[in-house]
Write a protein that binds this ligand. Sequence first.
Ligand SMILES: *Cc1c(COP(=O)(O)O)cnc(C)c1O
Length: 715
Amino acid sequence: MTVAAKRISEKQIENLNQQLHALAYNLWPSWNPAAQRIFKELSPFFWEDSNHNAVEVMNFVSGQELRGRLQDPEFFAKVDTVCRSYQAYIKEKNTWASKNTPWLKKTPVAYFSAEFGLHESLRIYSGGLGMLAGDHAKSASDLGLPLVGISIFYRHGYFRQNISRDGWQQEMYPSYDPARMPLRRVVDKRGNPVICSVQIGSTDVAYQAWVVEVGRVKLYLLDTNLPQNAQFFRDLSGHVYGGDQSNRIGQEILLGIGGVRLMRKLGITPSVFHMNEGHSAFLTLELLREQLQSKKSLPEAEAFVRKHCVFTTHTPVPAGHDRFDRGLIEANLGRLATTMGMSTDDVMNYGRIHSGDQAEPFCMTVLALKMCRAANGVSQLHGRVSQDMWKELFPDTPVSKVPIGAVTNGVHTTGWTTPTASMFWTNHLGPKWIDKLRDAKYWHKMLESKKISDQDLWAMRTALRRELIEFVRKRLREQQLRHNPDDIGLYDNVLSPDVLTLCFARRFATYKRAPLLFRDLGWAIRVMTDKERPVQIVYAGKAHPRDDAGKHFIQEIINITKRVDLFGRVVFVEDYDINVARYLVAGADIWLNTPRRPMEACGTSGMKGIMHGSLNLSTMDGWWREAYDGMNGWKIGEDTTASSDQLQDDLDAASLRAVLENQVIPLFYDRGKDSIPHNWLRRVRHSIATLIPVFNTDRMVAEYAKKYYQQPAKK
Ligand SMILES: *Cc1c(COP(=O)(O)O)cnc(C)c1O
């Protein structure tokens, strides 16, 4: 060892030091466990304390300390290996996209999204929409697909959740310091910050941008918090979906119009603008203005915009589609209208189903649908539901021909695979499983073969369940420190590693029906506390700050966690985020999903557990009605929608009870002489083999590339 140590030169150490700093500013480590281990090893405490933020670890470790650590040949070799694989990844020329979408190299995809869920240390997301955008970016990077993301740097992020002693959600908004995040200010060649401006009403609002590196993909975050802006506009980029309507329209002007302007300034010429949700649809008006300014006729200008825009709609919930009244549009976009030689009503009509209908507000989804060349929903069912929802826009077209297609969502599988599971698959299959995620034959063969025994698979499940339980106990202890420090140990023994474990974690939107399991409380108590075959469940999730009904659902669950007869079997973990999600999806034996059909456009959390051997139990909504095959999990209810919500809820609750009691619980506790549930594991294998190759973002991004990112034909 000492001989080798001498061979590490000053120069090598300095070089690696710099590479490690660069690596901290890329989110690639978030899907590379070996890279995470380096930062963790540098400071195990700070790594946890900073929510796994590599930039914070590097800020915390001095240059001297780091050089000292790199003198250790073993550590040096580990860092060197990780930096080499990072370089190889970044420089790889022979990618999926180089073969399949070569034209995007010079004219990339511009992907606009109001939120991006990339990493727990970058809180610019609220839920599934953001997670999907983040996973889209990671897979685009993996496939080598040239894509530039546009979003907003929310200085206060989405709220952090505390639950009060009486079970009511409290919202907190910390301030995040960009210097302590994986962000770099966008600067020009001379190193000066790039500042753009956008008109909001009668004000020119200045904004800067921060860049986040996601592997090979760059994401630009717009930020109006500049001293030259009045306070109202400085706060525009403060909160994710935080303010009132006038804040919302300002944010959407910043995102859509500001996003296009930034790209022009940076010399990026996208061949396609992908609007992930209608929030960014004002970008079509900016493109229209550019065309009109360059002396195109209105029909030509509109045709140009349509040719370059695609749109993904994300929800069948009517309130999920932004609508602005005429006054707001006039006050905020009046000047833009004048620049384009239009009246306010001309602009209004782009966002109205019925042009000229004075009573109709401006809808961002309508604008996006009118100004794109192609649109899609996010599962097959959601595509159909969207066709019906927007059919009035296409009065001469039969519903089944309404031009809204479907691309079913996925998840970025390697990013969601926890270190324990990742190690399991690498140990059994070698590192190449990562390149085989879309290969159905590979997974069928692997799981049938003796390479992976039931013993090994069960050992992984058991380890993951314990990791979840220890995490939950630690979090509940922190909560108890606030509520009642005199009884700090109250939750130290909740949940048991041997008990069938259900998890339910998602936004507490009411259509997701969090309390459905407890509709018959007596039944739940009897089944969950059964002596031989008990059941336990972990809840997590945030309700939107203005959604009191959602907060009442949280309170209802909290009250159940406090019942003496269920204590320790039902728990709620505060402040759901990517990190909490990772423990829950991995530790769950059953991922419970109970949306009221057909309100869940897709749902993705159930896809995150598959690699960990968790099984889905879900209503036939969103992705699950495409995925379920009778053996790879369980369904709640049928592929039908009842005549009323009340009836639907009764039917689904009864079905959930029956499936749990008659199928799930007996199978989990049906053990061989070796205490292993072999028949359960048969389902686990089948779930992995059938679902992994399909419900991932590599498949999804490739599908977008083939169907939606095609090169517009030259005119
Ligand atoms: C995956 C995920 C979601 C989305 O899950 P759904 O099943 O679509 O509700 C929301 N929040 C977090 C933190 C997630 O990880």
